[in-house]
Design a protein around this ligand. Structure first.
Ligand SMILES: [Zn+2]
Length: 325
């Protein structure tokens, strides 16, 4: 995770114009980038950064200087601008990158989310803020367990849309629980607000047409975390341009979004790796699968361009000695 900018946003009309009416949309989130080789993350880390529920979560949404990531703010603003809706705050917790979180804490967190979903009553949809490369001390895919908990509560028809960090290690379980998947495109990550707004547009589409389909193509490659530029001429830029050309949802086509995710190698687990994730309209899974396969083939054809030149140790040491002298 890079540091996220643009947290403070002007205006507080994130549930305008008619809060309290319209579709009831749950707001939830779990955000941890877990390095298997770092010290264990605990409840204290989440408490020190952000861990809010119910009224406190709604207050963050309406605060002049909210601590929420901008994706949630962009989602709320775009929902408010596109018609009535009723935000239903559940629980949102985040912390900065660290080691795997204590399994017992995560089990309690999941139980709490389940209870809050039950208490919230029927929801028309859920918006999720997710890093997507978490781990616990006892499992490799807590992100999937979190999303599955939400899915079990709302049933198969309600759209669940997630905005996800580009460094997510996407799993098939995660995609099966979701109706829409929107990853950041920038690095450092400065487009969260825009991605949240896109998720709101997809939510409106799915509230009208039915929950969408999310298809994953996983590639057996791990771009180095030290070198992921997005400027024109870089492989990521070119491939993203190609992927975006396949998004035809605004013209009435089946494909609503294509996300390219580098992954996070230090999570050191089976779901690590580059992911192509396609979101399609309800009933358009076959179209999404075709696009996912073609975009993944384009990524694979350029896999050698992702090799990052590293500085040999002796050169780095010489440079450090020279600098010191
Ligand atoms: Zn990241």
């Amino acid at each position: 995770m890079e540091r996220h900018r643009d947290r403070a946003l002007p205006g507080t009309d994130r549930d305008a114009p008619t809060a309290g009416t319209g579709p009831r949309i749950g707001l939830a989130g779990f955000f941890l980038e877990a390095d298997r080789f770092a010290a264990v993350t605990t409840a204290a880390h989440f408490a020190a950064n952000l861990d809010v529920a119910d009224a406190a979560l709604l207050a963050e949404l309406r605060a002049a200087a909210p601590r929420l990531l901008p994706d949630k703010l962009g989602f709320a603003e775009a929902m408010g601008a596109s018609g009535p809706w009723a935000p239903v705050p559940l629980r949102m917790t985040l912390t900065y990158p660290g080691g795997p979180v204590e399994r017992a804490w995560f089990d309690t967190f999941i139980g709490d989310v389940r209870a809050r979903m039950a208490a919230a009553g029927p929801l028309d949809g859920v918006f999720v803020c997710l890093h997507g490369a978490a781990a616990t001390t006892g499992e490799d895919d807590p992100d999937a367990r979190f999303l599955e908990t939400l899915r079990q509560a709302v049933g198969p028809r309600a759209p669940i849309l997630a905005v996800v960090d580009r460094h997510t290690n996407v799993s098939a379980r995660m995609c099966a629980a979701l109706s829409g998947f929107v990853a950041y495109r920038t690095n450092p990550h400065v487009d969260l607000r825009e991605r949240g707004a896109l998720a709101a547009r997809l939510m409106r589409t799915m509230l009208h047409e039915g929950a969408g389909e999310v298809v994953l193509e996983k590639l057996p490659m791990l771009p180095a975390g030290t070198d992921q530029p997005i400027a024109p001429g870089t492989p990521y830029h070119d491939l993203m341009e190609g992927a975006q050309a396949r998004v035809d949802g605004v013209r009435g086509g089946p494909v609503l979004e294509v996300s390219l995710c580098d992954g996070f190698p230090l999570a050191d687990c089976a779901r690590c790796g580059f992911s192509v994730v396609v979101t399609a309209r309800a009933g358009q899974r076959a179209a999404a699968e075709g696009v996912a396969r073609e975009v993944a083939a384009a990524v694979w054809a350029r896999r050698h361009d992702f090799l990052a030149p590293l500085t040999p140790l002796e050169v780095a040491v010489s440079a450090a000695v020279e600098a010191a002298e």
